[in-house]
Ligand binder design. Structure first.
Ligand SMILES: Nc1ncnc2c1ncn2[C@@H]1O[C@H](COP(=O)(O)OP(=O)(O)O)[C@@H](O)[C@H]1O
Ligand SMILES: Nc1ccn([C@H]2C[C@H](O)[C@@H](COP(=O)(O)OP(=O)(O)O)O2)c(=O)n1
Length: 417
């Protein structure tokens, strides 16, 4: 067994396990001694007596390989496993220990399917960096135990599954820095460089970077970033501002990356976020060049990269976000700071109307909207928590012309234009 896996298992009983149920994490722990505690209701309550549960945690020493494997694993499990196996996202972590997060899946097998599932899992564990556990119920139905798969035949160690308190931080927060949100160009480039062999396009992306960057250079003209969720009116406002101020309009990701954006959008968060982070530095260089000649308007920049990444990495309500003032909300030290960032805010109903009138919102399923509602509020809150180049919110619900007038007022007041 690989060394990192051995180390991992040595501290196994200090770990907390988290399973996503209805879009929110439910937690349980394990103990070596049975203490008669009740089983955690949310994760195991609906499991029938004869059923078994399994967990798979990805534990690759190489994070690019690990993240890509984790990303593909869900599809693979859904394709291979019998219907009704209920594949749920899962993670395991040591509370408050940064970098301790392992991601994986939790599944359930109906009676009669166990041997098929176990063959699939054994094969998976033999060929891939994955640690499998099985969960079974005691005769009287009062307790669940966890057994590490790789050692189950010769030396089975059974842990008792016990309830665990909700940790202070959402588990994803432990691995967010330089996995979801990058705080320097070097960190983002490192990830892309590691992908060179599997995603040849990364070489072209890295080739777009200027040879040197100077974040301290102060642009001669103001640089105004317009931020907001999709369909809040960024394109409409940025184009009007360009015309009203005789400004240059830029966007992030920059035009020169558009051919590869779709390719990186299909990759797991680590690679996708590194791509958008690098895009901001390329846009920053374009800003530096243009802001010596005229004001510059930018459609999305760092706030979008960080806020979407943070809001996607955590699940559930806004309270699961990293707390206000946390490290993840700080502006990267090596990235150009705009003169002003305006965040367009819009009533959800009006935003939905604009999305529909643009013809992009085709499904109206209640469940999907509920999910979107939580995600939307997390993104908006993350936007507001970013410091170092904080954004000013602007109500985008009035007519396009009124929004433009309000934006111009803000720009004149803050940038002396
Ligand atoms: N202030 C406004 N009032 C009404 N409709 C607007 C307003 N601003 C934009 N729209 C319309 O809403 C839709 C989304 O606007 P758009 O500028 O494309 O948003 P974004 O670039 O943020 O996705 C478009 O159909 C646009 O014409
Ligand atoms: N600077 C940027 C711009 C966009 N992103 C990411 C964040 C979201 O996942 C998508 C949003 O892009 P989308 O195509 O919806 O943007 P528009 O509103 O259409 O301009 O892109 C980013 O991470 N960094």
């Amino acid at each position: 067994m690989a060394r990192h896996l051995k180390l991992l298992v040595q501290r196994w009983s200090s770990r907390v396990f988290s399973v996503e149920v209805d879009g929110a994490p439910r937690y349980f722990g394990i103990r070596e001694q049975l203490r008669g505690e009740p089983v955690p209701p949310d994760v195991f309550s609906e499991v029938q007596k004869q059923d078994r549960c399994y967990s798979l945690l990805v534990c690759s020493g190489d994070r690019v390989t690990g993240d890509r494997f984790h990303w593909e694993l869900r599809d693979r499990l859904q394709r291979q496993l019998p219907p009704g196996s209920g594949v749920r996202s899962m993670s395991s972590f040591i509370p408050d220990q940064k970098g301790s997060l392992l991601k994986g899946y939790f599944l359930q097998s109906r009676a009669g399917n166990s041997s098929l599932i176990e063959d699939i899992l054994t094969d998976l564990e033999q060929r891939n960096p994955v640690l499998v556990c099985s969960y079974s119920q005691s005769e009287d139905g009062q307790q669940w135990t966890q057994c590490l798969w790789y050692q189950s035949e010769d030396n089975p160690v059974r842990f008792c599954v016990v309830p665990s308190e909700t940790p202070k931080h959402h588990p994803s927060v432990l691995n967010m820095i330089n996995s979801d949100v990058f705080y320097s160009l070097d960190e983002a480039c490192d990830v892309l460089k590691q992908c060179g062999d599997i995603i040849p396009e990364t070489r072209s992306v890295l080739g777009m970077l200027p040879s040197s960057l100077d974040a301290r250079r102060k642009p001669d003209f103001p640089v105004i970033v317009i931020e907001g969720l999709d369909a809040t009116g960024k394109t409409t406002l940025t184009e009007s501002l360009r015309d009203s101020l005789g400004a240059t309009l830029l966007r992030s990701p920059p035009q020169c990356l558009s051919a590869w954006r779709g390719r990186f959008d299909r990759e797991p968060p680590l690679i996708r976020r590194a791509f958008y982070a690098v895009g901001n530095y390329i846009t920053a260089e374009q800003i530096n060049q243009e802001a010596s000649k005229s004001p510059v308007i930018v459609d999305r920049f760092w706030h979008s990269t960080a806020a979407y990444a943070i809001a996607t990495a955590v699940t559930g309500p806004v309270s699961n976000l990293p707390h206000e003032g946390a490290e993840v909300y700080r502006w990267p030290g090596d990235l150009l700071q705009p003169s002003l960032v305006i965040l367009l805010t819009l009533d959800p109903e009006e935003r939905k109307r604009r999305l529909r009138s643009r013809g992009l919102m085709k499904t109206d399923e209640e469940e999907e909207l509920d999910h979107n509602k939580l995600f939307r509020t997390r993104v908006e809150e993350a936007y507001r928590r970013i410091v170092g180049s904080a954004c000013i919110a602007l109500d985008a619900s009035p007519s396009a012309d009124l929004v433009l007038q309000q934006a111009l007022l803000l720009i004149r007041a803050k940038c002396h234009l």
